[in-house]
Design a protein around this ligand. Structure first.
Ligand code: KE4
Length: 428
């Protein structure tokens, strides 16, 4: 079946034809590609067309698709049983490795998604502090947790309003939404309300307003301000965990959050999330403590096997320096092609994660992200798709490279980008 036919068929029984909104191509238009298989840096769609993949399942596939060692490990485990609803040595091994790699995590609980990780971490923080309020930052996304689907209220309103239908105002109003990269705004807010704040949750490198890097001192300020007011600091490292190094981004900045959320890469493409941190906080979790949190498939052997195999390879091969060089080179090539075509392109990059912004100036705040040319991004997306390069179908999502993006693959992307930038300037 062709992509368009599959999309129509999908819509008959799946809302909007997709199981997660961003996949519907709503931000870029056109027909989503229904992927049949993937190998290394490549996706192959239902029409047999091959694409170089820079979405990589929104982060997890840092080794590339269908890594033989991961596939072999998962296949072997499947034959031993896929889920028992009972503890396994695999989960113990995973917990030991995560706590060794992320020193701020004394203890960790495995769950099935990033959303479950952040939802559980927030509940735990509220219990530990006996406080209700949570602070998040505009442009950061922490999964579809009711209390975190809040947006900044209008000027006068200090507390959040629902960012989606279905969340009661009373829930959204327990969340304050402040500007990312503005420590003074947090300092001012906490001076007035800090005694009621359970936690501040942040993506240490923002990846959901496309990529916005933390300004110098921003994260350190969050650590200092939360400690001053007895609030917990939660790092949502669902994207950044094991993305830049074998561990958390937090240790690149020497910051110890109280709780950390993980996901994506630690599952190697299978549904795994995790939240962990200080033992005194984690000890509140049921059954030893009063905070209930549970999951039928939490830590299930098949998903944990995919995660363990991925972490084994990352630890053994340390692909991080090469990943950094790969995307550095590609980003430089894209910026040069844009310049040559008279197109304003800003690339925010850290290691193997980058954000493409059609903007003249710096992009360090949500406001600056929103001022970028999203239409131009959509045109660039489709021009690149026609060239066989699959970027994020949204101007608010990152691009990634994997260890499978070899120099010849990256050269092909750079060449495609040069062609597309030239066409973009003609279309302008
Ligand atoms: P999941 O529940 O989708 O596994 O994780 C939620 C989540 C939590 N925290 C961060 C920083 C995240 O980026 C995410 C999910 N990321 C998006 C894309 N950036 C997932 C893609 C989608 O929603 O389909």
């Amino acid at each position: 079946m062709k992509n368009a036919e599959l999309f129509e068929r999908a819509k008959a029984h799946i809302p909007s034809g997709v199981n997660s909104p961003v996949r519907a191509f709503g931000k870029v238009g056109g027909t989503p590609r229904f992927i049949r298989e993937a190998k290394g840096p490549y996706l192959v769609d239902a029409e047999g067309k091959r694409y170089i993949d820079h979405v990589l399942s929104w982060g997890p596939m840092i080794l590339g698709h269908s890594h033989p060692e991961v596939v072999e490990a998962v296949s072997r485990q499947a034959g031993r049983g896929m889920s028992f609803g009972a503890p396994t040595e695999l989960e113990v091994e995973m917990a030991e490795r995560l706590c060794a790699a992320v020193p701020s995590m004394d203890k960790v609980r495995l769950v099935n998604s990033g959303t479950e990780a952040t939802m559980s971490a927030v509940r735990l923080a509220r219990a530990f502090t006996s406080r209700d309020l949570v602070v998040k930052f505009e442009g950061c996304y922490h999964g579809h947790v009711d209390s975190l689907l809040a947006k900044a209220g209008s000027g006068a309103l200090t507390f959040g309003v629902p960012d989606t239908s279905g969340v009661p105002g009373a829930i959204a109003s327990t969340t304050a939404v402040l500007p990312y990269n503005d420590a003074e705004a947090l300092r001012t807010f906490m001076a007035a309300h800090g005694s009621r704040v359970a936690a501040v949750i942040v993506e240490p490198v923002a990846g959901n307003m496309n990529v916005v890097l933390p300004r110098e001192g921003f994260l350190e300020s969050l650590r200092e301000i939360t400690r001053e007011h007895g609030a917990l600091l939660i790092f949502d490292e669902v994207i950044t965990g094991f993305r830049f190094r074998y561990g958390g981004y937090q240790d690149m900045e020497g910051i110890r959050p109280d709780l950390t959320c993980l996901g994506k890469i630690i599952g190697g493409g299978m549904p795994v999330g995790a939240f962990g941190g200080r033992a005194d906080i984690m000890s509140l979790l049921a059954p030893e403590g009063p905070v209930y949190q549970a999951g039928t498939l939490a830590g299930n052997p098949l998903a944990v096997t995919a995660g363990l195999a991925t972490l084994t390879i990352l630890k053994r091969e340390n692909p991080y320096p090469a990943l950094d060089r790969s995307l550095a080179g590609l980003a430089a090539g894209m910026e040069e092609s844009a310049r040559d075509a008279g197109i304003a392109l800003k690339v925010n990059r850290l290691g193997s994660m980058a954000g493409l912004f059609f903007s003249e100036g710096p992009v360090e705040t949500f406001e600056q992200v929103m001022a970028c040319d999203a239409q131009k991004y959509a045109r660039f997306f489709h021009l690149m798709l026609d060239q066989g390069v699959y970027l994020a179908p949204s101007p608010f999502e990152a691009m990634f490279v994997s260890a499978a993006h070899t120099p010849d693959v990256l050269d092909a992307v750079a060449t495609a980008a040069r062609t597309c930038m030239a066409r973009l300037s003609q279309k302008a």
